[in-house]
Design a protein around this ligand. Structure first.
Ligand code: 13P
Ligand code: SF4
Length: 301
């Protein structure tokens, strides 16, 4: 679109001048995802790639916990987030004290924390996980019980997959908790043959209605390989938009739900953050090492 062109050009110039890279989550809008980002992916890919950045500045086109994760892996670099208010209902659902209380209640049970969490919560954890590696992480621990926080639905879905008992926390994603099994069945009636792909942050009864469940990167791989005639991505709206270029012959059937936090990131915001260098992400110094340890343990599994 015409009004994007000037911002895109300015961002590409500023990236060179500042020696900056832009990391974009799969839920970013197409003009950000396709036109200005250097590295794109699910939460796992963004954390992995953040380890290897050799620019001076990292701009996170994503939500705050993603910027924090990039910062703890690069404490010497400047990490910018275009809108500090881009939060996450999961990250906001739990505090460090809540985690300590769970440890007191279940002594010796390992704490696996979804990356959708604050640095102070990661710092209390044994290991992090994403929806892309949760099964593998949980199984690597070799225990019959795991404290898996803060997403109750991810915990239940992984419990169903692994048979390992999950002690969890009543957190949920405000985008994925809104999908219902009735809605999925209705779409199947309206679109016979539609392939239904649900994110594991959806309630287990929604995942049970799906043909496939996986992280946003797994969803992209699945659609690009299978090229279904019709697909229903039970997740955030930008996923279908971003996938149309990769699977142009697939018709994406909605519904989708918008993440208001992801949508706070705009081209104008990215341009402004590169111009003004506002706002650098900071982490309480005493939290950096323990939080990074939980993330690095995850990346090593
Ligand atoms: P993934 O991209 O890791 O699947 O995470 C989805 C999400 O909701 C991130 O906020
Ligand atoms: Fe958080 Fe859900 Fe938004 Fe992802 S989609 S940032 S989990 S609220």
């Amino acid at each position: 679109e015409e009004h994007f062109a000037e911002d895109i050009e300015a961002i590409l110039r500023l990236k060179r001048e500042r020696n900056a890279v832009i990391l974009a989550h799969n839920y970013q809008t197409p003009e950000i995802f396709h036109c200005v980002s250097d590295i794109k992916g699910d939460s796992l890919a963004l954390a992995r790639e953040a380890q290897n950045v050799d620019a001076d500045i990292i701009v996170m086109a994503g939500v705050h916990f993603m910027a924090e994760t990039a910062k703890m892996l690069n404490p010497e670099k400047m990490v910018l987030i275009p809108d500090e208010r881009a939060g996450c209902s999961l990250a906001e659902s739990i505090t460090a004290e809540n985690v300590r209380a769970m440890r007191r209640e279940y002594p010796g049970v390992p704490v696996v924390t979804y990356v959708n969490s604050t640095a102070e919560v990661k710092a209390e954890s044994d290991v992090c996980c994403t929806s892309g590696n949760a099964k593998k992480i949980v199984e690597s621990l070799g225990t019959d019980r795991v404290i898996m926080i803060p997403d109750q639905y991810l915990a239940r879905n992984i419990e169903a997959e692994t048979g390992i008992k999950m002690l969890t926390w009543p957190g949920s994603c405000e985008v994925h908790e809104r999908f219902t099994p009735a809605e999925i069945r209705q779409y199947r009636r309206l679109h016979p043959g539609v392939v239904v792909i649900a994110h594991p942050e959806c309630p287990p009864e929604v995942v049970a209605e799906a043909d496939f469940s996986g992280s946003t990167a797994r969803m992209i791989d699945f659609v690009s390989e299978r090229r279904p005639a019709k697909a229903l991505l039970v997740t955030e709206c930008s996923m279908s938009d971003n996938l149309t270029t990769l699977a142009p012959e697939t018709e994406f059937v909605r519904p989708c739900n918008l993440c208001p936090h992801m949508k706070r990131i705009t081209l104008k915001g990215i341009r402004r953050t590169l111009e003004t260098l506002e706002t650098p992400v900071t982490i309480r110094p005493d939290l950096i090492d323990p939080a990074r340890r939980a993330v690095e343990r995850m990346l090593a599994v």
